[in-house]
Write a protein that binds this ligand. Structure first.
Ligand code: ADP
Ligand code: MG
Length: 623
C-alpha cells in the first residue's frame, strides 16, 4: 500500500486528495481538503497553503504525516493574470450646462420650462414671464414656498425650481400650484442665470420622458438638427432618471468625447497586429484570433493597457527571478464594459456611464520556480514531492471519475484567473490550453459596472441570487416569487435590493433595481465564460473544429456557479455538444479534479500492467 496526497495549486484555491494505492494499482480515495492559495501560483509562496491542505487531508483520513509516501503536485507554471480597464468615452460639460441629476426625493411632478432666476430676484419678475427659480443655500423652505406662491399670485409663471438643500418635498407641499422641483444640487450657485432651462420630475416609480429623449430636448429648446446631435449625449445620460434639469447656455455644451485610448500590439508566431482599445472587445478578440497562437503582447506606454501589461511582467519577473525582457504575455481576453464616472463639469455630482474595455492578460513561465517549490515542500513536509503532471491533463483524469463519463472527453476548468480546456481522445494524448480571464474578472466587471468599489460584495453578487425586501416580513426574489418570514428582516435591508448569501441578507448600496443588477451579473458572466469556453474548446478541438467534440465536463470553482454552467451548456448546444458539471469521484462536484487526477495518474504510471480502472470513491452522493 502506498499513501499519497495529490495537491492542486490553483490561482485561487489549493486542493488536496489523499488516497491509498494498492500493489495492483487499485485506488482507495480517503479524504480531501482545500484552502486559499498562499501567494502566486507556482512559486515558493505556496508552501504554507500546501502544507496546510496536506495536513488537513491526512487528519481527515485518520493518518499521520509519517505514514505518507509521497506528495504529488501539479506542474503549476506560474500564471499571473492582470486586469486593466481602459475608459474610452468621457462626458464633459463645458461652461455650465447642467445635466442629469437623480436625487432620491424630487418634489412635485411634470415638466417646467423657463428662464433661470435666483430666488431673491423673484419679486422683480414681470407678470406673464416663465421662470425656473434657483434656490441657493440658506433659504428656508417655508420662505421659499411663500416666495414662489407670492410670485405665482402676481401672474409670474414659476414652472419649476432647482434647490440646494434636500427640501424639494417640503417646498412642493406648501405650493398652491405644484411644480416640479429638483433638489440636492450641490453647486447651485454655478447654475447659469437668465438662461432657458427645463426641469422634469416623473411620478414615483417612473422615469422622465422628455429630457431623456433627444427630440424632447430639441422641442423644449427649439434646436435644429445640428444642435440636436450635439445635445444627444445629454439625453442618453438622463435615461432612467426620475428627475433632471437641463440648462441651455450659449457656449455650454455637453460632449461625448472619445478618449484616445491605448493600443495593444498582439504578436503571434507568424504575424503581428496593433489594435486600439477603443475598437472594442469584439475587434480585439478577432485580432487575437488572427495572430493566434499568441507569443507576446505589448501595450502602448503611458496608457492603462501599457501600464497593466508592464505591471504583470514586473510581478512575474520579481517572483521568478526571470529578466523582465523574457516574460511573455501568452493570452489576453478583452470584454466590453462600462463604468459610472463623475461627469467633468457637472454641478450636482452627476455620473455618466462611460464605455470601457476590460482586459485580462496572462503570462506563463518555465518550470524553474516549480522545482524550487517542490524542494521547499520536501523540507517542510519531510516526504518525497513529485511534480506529477500538467494541470489540464490531470483535470481530465479527475473528470473521468465522474460517473457516466468516458474518453473521448473534453474538460473546461473554470477557475479564478484562467479558463483551461483539455481534450482527451482514445489514446493517451491530451491537448490543453490556458486562457486569460475567469471568475475574478467577472467579479471585477460586476464591481465596476455597478460602481460598488467593494470586491467582496461584488463576489457575493456573483455567487448568490438577488431579492428585494418589500416589507419587514417578505422578500421578492429575483425570479418573482415571494418568501415570507416570521421575524422581521434586519432594518438595513428594508426597501433595498439584497443579495441572499449563505451568511444572511446583505444590502446592496446602489440605486439600481433587481433587474438591472441581475442583467449586469449575467452579462459579465457571459462575456467572460461563454467567450472563453468557446475559444478554449476551439483551440483544443481536433482540427480546430469545435463540432468534433461531443462531451464537455465543466470543472473548477466557477463551475459551482448557479448560472455559468447553464450559460456555457446553452451556447455549446448549438454545436451539438453535451456539457454538464463534473462530479469528481461521484461525490466532489466540480471540485478536486486536478488533485484526484494527480493520484489517478500516479497509480497508472507506477503500476501500469494493462488498463486500470480509475476508481470511484464510495461516499454519499451530492445533494
Ligand atoms: P483556481 O483553480 O484558479 O485556483 P478555483 O477552481 O478555486 O480556481 O475557482 C475560483 C473561482 O471560483 C473564483 O473566481 C470564485 O469566485 C469562484 N467560485 C467559488 N465558489 C463559487 C460559487 N459557489 N459560485 C460561483 N463561483 C464560485
Ligand atoms: Mg484550478
Amino acid at each position: 500500500m502506498t499513501l499519497v496526497v495529490g495537491v492542486d495549486i490553483g490561482n485561487s484555491t489549493t486542493e488536496a486528495c489523499a488516497a491509498e494505492i494498492g500493489e495492483d494499482g487499485a485506488i482507495r480515495y480517503l479524504s480531501e481538503a482545500l484552502t486559499r492559495t498562499s501567494g502566486v501560483k507556482g512559486t515558493t509562496e505556496n508552501v504554507a497553503g500546501v502544507v496546510d491542505v496536506v495536513r488537513r487531508a491526512l487528519t481527515a483520513a485518520g493518518r499521520e504525516c509519517g505514514e505518507l509516501d509521497a506528495v504529488l503536485v501539479n506542474e503549476a507554471t506560474p500564471v499571473i493574470s492582470g486586469l486593466a480597464m481602459e475608459t474610452i468615452t468621457e462626458t464633459i460639460i463645458t461652461e455650465s450646462t447642467m445635466i442629469g441629476h437623480n436625487p432620491e426625493t424630487p418634489g412635485g411632478v411634470g415638466l417646467g420650462m423657463g428662464s433661470t432666476v435666483p430666488f431673491a430676484d423673484l419679486p422683480g419678475c414681470v407678470a406673464g414671464s416663465a421662470v425656473i427659480c434657483v434656490i441657493g443655500a440658506g433659504v428656508d423652505f417655508e420662505d421659499a414656498a411663500a416666495g414662489i406662491n407670492a410670485a405665482t399670485a402676481r401672474g409670474v409663471k414659476v414652472t419649476g425650481a432647482v434647490v440646494h438643500a434636500d427640501d424639494a418635498n417640503l417646498i412642493a407641499n406648501r405650493l398652491r400650484h405644484p411644480i416640479p422641483i429638483v433638489d440636492e444640487v450641490t453647486l447651485v450657485e454655478k447654475v447659469p442665470l437668465d438662461m432657458p432651462a427645463a426641469v422634469e420630475v416623473a411620478e414615483q416609480g417612473h422615469a422622465i420622458r422628455t429630457l431623456s429623449n433627444s427630440y424632447g430636448i430639441a422641442t423644449v429648446f427649439e434646436l435644429d438638427a445640428e444642435q440636436t446631435r450635439v445635445i444627444a449625449p445629454v439625453a442618453r445620460a438622463l435615461v432612467g432618471n426620475r428627475s433632471a434639469v437641463v440648462v441651455r447656455t450659449p457656449a455650454g455644451d455637453v460632449t461625448d468625447r472619445r478618449i484616445p485610448a491605448g493600443s495593444l500590439t498582439l504578436i503571434g508566431e507568424k504575424t503581428r497586429h496593433t489594435v486600439t482599445m477603443d475598437a472594442g472587445a469584439a475587434h480585439i478578440m478577432e485580432t487575437a484570433r488572427r495572430v493566434a497562437p499568441l507569443a507576446d503582447a505589448v501595450g502602448e506606454p503611458g496608457t492603462h493597457v501599457g501600464g497593466m501589461l508592464a505591471r504583470v511582467r514586473d510581478t512575474m519577473s520579481e517572483l521568478t527571478a526571470m529578466p523582465v525582457g523574457e516574460v511573455r504575455i501568452r493570452d489576453v481576453l478583452a470584454a466590453d464594459t462600462f463604468v459610472p464616472q463623475r461627469v467633468t463639469g457637472g454641478l450636482a455630482g452627476e455620473f455618466a456611464l462611460e464605455n470601457a474595455v476590460a482586459l485580462a492578460a496572462m503570462v506563463r513561465t518555465s518550470k524553474g520556480p516549480m522545482k524550487l517549490l517542490a524542494a521547499e515542500l520536501r523540507d517542510a513536509l519531510g516526504v518525497d514531492v513529485l511534480i506529477a503532471g500538467v494541470e489540464a491533463d490531470m483535470a481530465v483524469l479527475g473528470a473521468l471519475t465522474t460517473p457516466g463519463t468516458d474518453r473521448p472527453v473534453a474538460i473546461l476548468d473554470l477557475g479564478g484567473g484562467s479558463t483551461d480546456a483539455a481534450v482527451a481522445a482514445d489514446g493517451t494524448d491530451i491537448h490543453s490550453v490556458h486562457m486569460a480571464g475567469a471568475g475574478d474578472l467577472v467579479t471585477k466587471l460586476i464591481d465596476s459596472e455597478l460602481g460598488l468599489d467593494d470586491l467582496d460584495l461584488a463576489e457575493e453578487i456573483k455567487k448568490f441570487p438577488l431579492a428585494k425586501a418589500e416589507s419587514f416580513f417578505h422578500l421578492r426574489l429575483e425570479d418573482g416569487t415571494v418568501r415570507f418570514f416570521d421575524d422581521p428582516l434586519p432594518a438595513d435591508t428594508f426597501a433595498r435590493v439584497v443579495v441572499l448569501t449563505d451568511t444572511g441578507l446583505h444590502p446592496i448600496p446602489t440605486r439600481h433595481g433587481v433587474e438591472r443588477i441581475r442583467q449586469v451579473r449575467r452579462e459579465a458572466k457571459r462575456r467572460v465564460f461563454v467567450v472563453n469556453a468557446l475559444r478554449a474548446l476551439e483551440r483544443v478541438a481536433p482540427g480546430g473544429n469545435i463540432r468534433q467534440i461531443d462531451f464537455v465536463v465543466a470543472l473548477g470553482g466557477s463551475a459551482l456557479d448557479f448560472e455559468i454552467p447553464d450559460m456555457i451548456a446553452d451556447s455549446l448546444a448549438e454545436y451539438g455538444i453535451v456539457c454538464g458539471t463534473g462530479n469528481v469521484r461521484g461525490c466532489q462536484g466540480p471540485r478536486n479534479a486536478v488533485a484526484t487526477g494527480l493520484v489517478a495518474g500516479y497509480a497508472l504510471s507506477t503500476t501500469y500492467a494493462g488498463p486500470v480502472a480509475v476508481g470511484t470513491q464510495s461516499c454519499a452522493p451530492r445533494p
